[in-house]
Ligand binder design. Structure first.
Ligand SMILES: NC(=O)C1=CN([C@@H]2O[C@H](COP(=O)(O)OP(=O)(O)OC[C@H]3O[C@@H](n4cnc5c(N)ncnc54)[C@H](OP(=O)(O)O)[C@@H]3O)[C@@H](O)[C@H]2O)C=CC1
Ligand SMILES: O=C(O)[C@@H]1CCC=N1
Length: 278
C-alpha cells in the first residue's frame, strides 16, 4: 500500500531510528525510498544512513517536496520552527504523519497553511524491533484512505489502534511513555537482585523472561491481570509478603499518578508550543 511511496522523516532522533529499524526489518519498502533530515547534526545523519541504507540529502527542500509521506518526529518545542522552515516545500497532496507528543493535527494544518491530510500517531520505542503499541487518530482533512496508508506504515513497527484525537495525550502517558515505566521497574528489580547476591547478568536473564512471560500470559490466556496476580499469590506466601510492601508504598497509586501526570504533560506540551505560533 505504501511500498512505492517516498517517505521523508523530519527529525532523526530516537523515534525516527526506531521506526526506520522496524521498517527495515519488515522489508516492506525499499530503504532508498526513505529520506531523513534534521536540524544540524550531520554525524547523526551519517550514522543512520550507514546503518540502515536510508538517504540523507543536502537539498532538504527537494527531499520534502518529492515525498509522498512526511513523518514529523521532532520535539514539541521544535515543531513550529521545523514546519515554518519547510512549509514552502510541502503541498496538499502529501500525507503528513506526526508522532510529536501533545501537538494537535489542527495546529499542524495551521502551520502548514493548507488543507492536506494530517494524521497523528503515538508509537513507542519498541518500534525498533517491530513491537510498538501505536495509537493513531485522523485529523480534520484526512480521509479513510489516508488512514489506511498510515496504518499500513505503522503496522510494520507493531500493533495499531485507532482512537479519537482527544485520547492521544492519554495514549502518550500510557503506551508512549509506558516502556520507560517497565524499564524503571526492572532497574529496581535488578538492583534488589544484585543486593541479594546475584550476578548482574543472571538477574537480568531471569527478569527479562519474567516480563516476557507475564506479557504473553496476558496476551495468550486473555485472563484478567487481577486473576493472574491472584494465581501467583499463595495465601501466607512470598508474593503476598512482597505485594504487602508494594501496597504500603502505594505502588498502584504511584503508577496511576505517573500516567495521569504524563498525560497532563502531553497536553501542556501541545499548549505551550502552540502559544509560540498562532
Ligand atoms: N522517545 C520516545 O519514546 C517517543 C517520542 N515521541 C515523540 O517523537 C518526537 C521525537 O522524539 P525523539 O525522537 O525522542 O527526539 P530526539 O531528541 O531524539 O530527536 C529530535 C530530532 O529532531 C530534529 N530537529 C529539531 N529541530 C528541527 C528542525 N527545526 N528541523 C528539522 N529537524 C529538527 C533534531 O535534529 P538535531 O539533532 O540536528 O537538532 C533531532 O534529529 C517527540 O515529539 C516525542 O514527543 C513519540 C513516541 C515515543
Ligand atoms: O517523553 C516524551 O516526551 C516522549 C513522548 C512519549 C515517549 N517519549
Amino acid at each position: 500500500m505504501f511500498e512505492d511511496k517516498k517517505i521523508c522523516f523530519i527529525g532523526a532522533g530516537s523515534v525516527t531510528e526506531a521506526m526506520i529499524a522496524g521498517l527495515a526489518q519488515k522489508k516492506l519498502i525499499p530503504l532508498e525510498n526513505i529520506t531523513i533530515l534534521n536540524r544540524e547534526n550531520q554525524q547523526r545523519l551519517f550514522q543512520l544512513t550507514k546503518k540502515y541504507g536510508v538517504i540523507s540529502s543536502a537539498n532538504k527542500q527537494q527531499s520534502i517536496s518529492e515525498a509522498d509521506i512526511l513523518i514529523l518526529a521532532v520535539k514539541p518545542k521544535d515543531i513550529a520552527e521545523s514546519l515554518l522552515n519547510i512549509r514552502e516545500a510541502t503541498h496538499q497532496k502529501q500525507l503528513v504523519l506526526s508522532v510529536v507528543a501533545g501537538v494537535t493535527t489542527d495546529y499542524i494544518s495551521d502551520l502548514l497553511q493548507h488543507h492536506g491530510p494530517v494524521i497523528r500517531a503515538m508509537p513507542n520505542t519498541s518500534a525498533m524491533i517491530g513491537m510498538s503499541a501505536t495509537a493513531v487518530a485522523k485529523g480534520t482533512y484526512a480521509k479513510e484512505e489516508d488512514l489506511k496508508i498510515v496504518i499500513s506504515v505503522l503496522e510494520s513497527i507493531g500493533t495499531v489502534s485507532i482512537v479519537d484525537e482527544e485520547l492521544l495525550d492519554a495514549v502518550t502517558g500510557l503506551s508512549g511513555s509506558g516502556p520507560a515505566y517497565f524499564y524503571y521497574m526492572i532497574e529496581a528489580m535488578e538492583q534488589a537482585a544484585v543486593e541479594l547476591g546475584f550476578e548482574h547478568h543472571k538477574a537480568r536473564e531471569l527478569l527479562i523472561q519474567t516480563l516476557i512471560g507475564a506479557g504473553h500470559m496476558l496476551l495468550e490466556t486473555k485472563i484478567d491481570p487481577t486473576i493472574l496476580r491472584e494465581k501467583v499469590t499463595s495465601p501466607g506466601g512470598t508474593t503476598m509478603a512482597g505485594l504487602k510492601i508494594l501496597e504500603e508504598y502505594h505502588f498502584q497509586e504511584a503508577i496511576k499518578s505517573a500516567i495521569k501526570q504524563a498525560t497532563k504533560r502531553s497536553k501542556e506540551l501541545g499548549a505551550i508550543y502552540s502559544e509560540f505560533y498562532k
